[in-house]
Design a binder for this molecule. Structure first.
Ligand SMILES: [Zn+2]
Ligand SMILES: [Zn+2]
Length: 565
């Protein structure tokens, strides 16, 4: 395998094809890449990432759009592989900057549409539905949409028929041979592509590249859920899962109907996605089986199933509100059975654990993926990744969609499966690869930093985040002093105001000493002569920082406010 540091970038030639990775390589989330040839560009996916604990106050993280904005006149379209937020959640932000049609399955387009409409950006795009197996020209690009199984229906792998051969992007996939909708990953078509002309480059999902074996069929979860339903007779059941997991919802609805339960939907995205999927005929729930959440008290406990959002412990989602006893529609009570039919996304474990504890405290029996097989991944494990490599037999390989160690493991797997190590390129966000008649190599890099969304979209600097962390962890000390502009002498103050540092009552002596330290620092800084405020500010910050550090072992933010009179 090669890595960028050892590579040499190649000069552009006429028929070259370049793939630039803008997000999702080195992290789970904000998937986005661009493919270019003949002076044109197409975008595949535009997702968001949820902020980690190192990003206080950030709502979400987007790919860096600079490269796309710079090339906005070349963009022929945006393809969305499937309806997950890490693949389509950034569209409503990208469309502020560029204008392009969006191509995907009808379901994915319906799911993506809401946010784009809310942002008032429908005039910037056009929604073009594509069918399973369809091959069509999108501007300069010859694109084929190949069905794959995943944890949302109607996902695609995408084959780009380029002047340098076929680039196959796996999308998020697993090889579920018994999917709930019987729509399997079209391995036969991928095999056919490999046979006729071959696959030049495979870009494949690395999420589960560290896990040996095979991901179980979604149907296996249905079996567990039916058992739980059978054992919970006479009790209310509440199940939280991803609102986009239509097949999970289908299996839950089927289990409810068999047991004579009515289904109430809780949470905005659950109501929305169920409505979309039923309208498109992808979800079958008899009208008579549904009931308004506000009417469930008319039924006996054993006649109720509540399908809820919030399986990730999101603070404002339905399940968290239930755990806190703050949901305005109904309250969890002794004897309820609550199933988290999900797995915490890395980073959400703590929030999910809190929610589960809250539910248990209210008397619910809590069942989660740690105690029963109530969830299965939507991503391929090693066995399936090897199968994909064996069927597609790519000439070259770049692992995508994963943290660094997932990408690394997947690279090794590709080499084990026979891809020439020189043609396995490990890339991260901002890297590009170029296909030419001479082979594959690294191309020029592009900016790929985090674009933070904080209330309104804006490229917030890392400095702001650093400040927030200091404020959160250490607190702040503000020193207010008025100084004679000529002599540098202190006229009023220093007044010291603190927040989040030490408790005021215990700090009296410390604050006296702090004031004294500031007076001394200012006096020695001006030494009877006039000095600029910046010098005094620095001296103040240094003296106070030293005292605070020695006495409290803390490093709060120190903000000197100096006024001249
Ligand atoms: Zn996905
Ligand atoms: Zn994904």
């Amino acid at each position: 395998m090669r890595s960028l540091r050892a590579g040499v970038s190649v000069k552009p030639v006429a028929s070259e094809v370049r793939v630039t990775f803008l997000g999702g390589l080195g992290e789970i989330g904000r998937n986005c890449l661009a493919i270019e040839h003949s002076g044109r560009m197409i975008i595949l996916d535009c997702g968001i990432m949820f902020p980690d604990p190192e990003m206080p106050g950030i709502d979400l993280v987007l790919p860096d759009f600079h490269f796309l904005v710079e090339n906005k006149n070349k963009i022929d379209g945006i393809i969305i592989s499937h309806g997950h937020e890490d693949h389509m959640g950034g569209l409503a932000y990208l469309l502020r900057e560029i204008s392009a049609p969006i191509y995907s399955s009808r379901l994915t387009l319906q799911m993506a549409r809401g946010r784009i409409e809310e942002a008032g950006l429908t005039t910037k795009t056009e929604f073009v539905a594509v069918a399973d197996g369809e091959r069509r020209m999108i501007g300069a690009f010859d694109v084929e949409f190949i069905p794959v199984t995943h944890s949302v229906p109607n996902g695609f792998a995408t084959a780009f028929h380029t002047p340098q051969g076929v680039i196959l992007h796996s999308g998020d996939f697993k090889l579920d041979m018994t999917p709930v909708d019987n729509r399997r990953t079209d391995l036969a078509r991928i095999g056919a592509l490999a046979d006729d002309g071959g696959i030049r480059l495979l870009l494949s999902d690395s999420t589960n590249a560290e896990s040996p074996g095979y991901t179980a069929s979604e149907r296996s979860v249905g079996a567990t859920l039916r058992t739980i339903f059978a054992e919970a007779k006479g009790h209310r059941i509440v199940v939280a899962c991803f609102a986009s997991h239509i097949h999970r919802v289908q299996q839950l609805a089927d289990a409810a109907v068999v047991e004579g339960r009515r289904i109430a939907l809780l949470g905005r995205s659950m109501l929305r996605n169920v409505a979309i999927a039923r309208e498109l005929g992808l979800l079958t729930i008899p009208e008579a089986a549904l009931i308004e959440i506000d009417k469930i008290d008319d039924l006996l406990p054993g006649q109720v199933l509540v399908l809820s959002t919030g399986s990730q412990g999101e603070p404002m989602a339905a399940l968290s509100l239930l755990a806190a006893g703050e949901n305005r529609h109904f309250a969890i009570r002794e004897g309820d059975v609550v199933v988290l039919s999900s797995h915490a996304i890395p980073g959400n474990e703590w929030a999910v654990a809190k929610v589960m504890d809250g539910l248990a405290r209210r008397g619910a029996e809590v069942i989660h993926s740690g105690v029963a097989h109530v969830h299965e991944s939507g991503h391929a494990k090693q066995g399936e990744l090897s199968t994909m490599l064996a069927v597609s037999r790519p000439k070259s390989f770049v692992p995508v969609h994963g943290e660094y160690r997932h990408l690394l493991r997947h690279s090794r797997l590709a080499i084990e499966m026979g891809v020439d190590p020189d043609n396995v390129l490990l890339c991260e966000d901002g890297d590009s690869v170029v296909l030419t008649d001479a082979g594959i190599d690294y191309g020029d890099g592009v900016p790929a930093g985090y674009l933070f969304v904080d209330g309104i979209v804006g490229n917030m600097s890392d400095g702001v985040l650093r400040d927030r962390k200091v404020l959160a962890e250490e607190g702040v000390i503000v020193v207010v002093v008025t100084i004679d502009g000529h002599t540098g002498e202190i006229l009023t103050g220093p007044e010291i105001i603190t927040r989040g540092w030490v408790h005021a009552a215990e700090a009296e002596e410390l604050l006296d000493d702090a004031r004294l330290a500031v007076v001394r620092a200012i006096e020695s800084a001006h030494d009877g002569k006039a000095v600029d405020l910046e010098t005094i500010r620095r001296a103040t910050r240094r003296a106070l920082g030293k005292l605070v550090s020695e006495r409290t072992k803390r490093r709060p933010m120190i903000v000197p406010v100096l006024m001249e009179a």
